[in-house]
Design a protein around this ligand. Structure first.
Ligand code: ZN
Ligand code: ZN
Length: 346
């Protein structure tokens, strides 16, 4: 089979690799039909995080079950499924707590399981990991493109909103206009937020945020942006969604959080190690920090129900579509900020 391979910073190739096979009774083999390039893939692509050269990439697979192990009960060959960005068993202490990202039987995509950006993947723990799409929606292209973000960014944006405690009638601020921030806007609206202030640096993305439900947008940078947000909220919002991960975004999040409020953070932390987190600003205003890596499997069923009934559609985040051979170009487009998120159709 063919799959995208990381060959070093700035270099993704598509190569012939061994097809994963059933190795354990809980495995399923999925033929990937749709997948995506993620903002988090850019960290290794840019050489800002380590990744083994020659490793398979991608973690947002959707496709058709090709083959299942003897113990798999929830899916069968021919089923349309999608999978979150981590593999989880669904039965351990942490999965039952809704913390699938801490699953003791968990695994990641890549390696022998195949990356999500390839023709086939092996879902170990298929019963816990794979989410089945009902047959009547299984071949509807528009619906599938709206479901695909549930593999990662939509669940992650939702985790930011839930972690920040967003509820009916609330005012919240969303930091970041990437795919996760935009999904954070959708999630906050879905949870009933009355005012949603989206902060970012790209006019076109903030326009999309507005169409997703942001009531106000702030495109300034640095202190000017903080001042604008404080001004709009008369001193900060009680609920702040941090959807970037960079140390500067975390600082902005705490700066625009109202005393006593909560920052829900879901961006993969970068640079926070070197600069440290400004605990004093959290301490001084009793600001809570909640969140972390999003257990998107925990949210998949409720978000899927909304997509299927037509009340949730994150698909406009896909602003470029490529085929498997176009994956390297997809990385480039995201790196150069030409695309918000790249859809890969195999
Ligand atoms: Zn992702
Ligand atoms: Zn588990």
């Amino acid at each position: 089979m063919r799959a995208a391979i990381y060959r070093g910073p700035g270099e993704i190739t598509v190569e012939e690799v061994p097809r994963p096979e059933i190795e354990s009774p809980t495995d399923a083999i999925v033929r990937v039909t749709h997948t995506a390039v993620c903002g988090s893939d850019l960290w290794f692509y840019r050489g800002q995080s380590d990744r083994e050269e020659g490793s398979r990439v991608g973690h947002e697979p959707m496709g058709i079950v090709e083959e299942v192990g003897d113990d798999v009960r929830s899916v069968e060959p021919g089923d349309r499924v999608f999978a979150p960005f981590v593999i989880s068993c669904g039965r351990c202490e942490f999965c039952r707590k809704g913390l699938h990202t801490s699953c003791v039987n968990g695994d990641s995509w890549g390696g022998d399981n195949g990356g999500g950006q390839g023709e086939y993947v092996r879902a170990t723990e298929a019963d816990g990991t794979l989410v089945r799409v009902p047959d009547r929606h299984a071949d509807d292209e528009d619906t599938l493109e709206a479901i695909l973000p549930l593999t990662d960014v939509m669940g992650t944006g939702h985790h930011a909103a839930v972690s920040a405690g967003v509820d009916e009638g609330d005012t919240c601020i969303v930091i970041g206009d990437g795919a996760v921030g935009l999904c954070g806007v959708l999630a906050a609206r879905r949870l009933g937020a009355e005012r949603i202030i989206a902060m970012g640096h790209h006019e076109d993305r903030l326009e999309l945020a507005a169409s997703f439900g942001a009531t106000e947008t702030v495109s300034a940078r640095g202190q000017e942006a903080v001042d604008a947000a404080l001004d709009l909220t008369d001193g900060g919002a009680n609920h702040v969604l941090e959807c970037v991960g960079a140390a500067s975004a975390m600082d902005t999040a705490t700066d625009v959080c109202r005393p006593g409020g909560t920052v829900g953070y879901v961006g993969v932390p970068h640079g926070v190690n070197d600069q440290g987190l400004d605990m004093f600003s959290l301490f001084g205003d009793n600001i809570s920090l909640s969140g972390g890596v999003a257990p998107v499997r925990a949210y998949a069923d409720e978000l899927l129900a909304d997509v299927l009934q037509g009340t949730l559609d994150p698909s406009p985040i896909f602003t470029k579509t490529v085929d498997l051979d176009g994956v390297p170009e997809g990385y480039q487009a995201m790196d150069e900020r030409e695309a918000i998120k790249v859809l890969v159709k195999l």
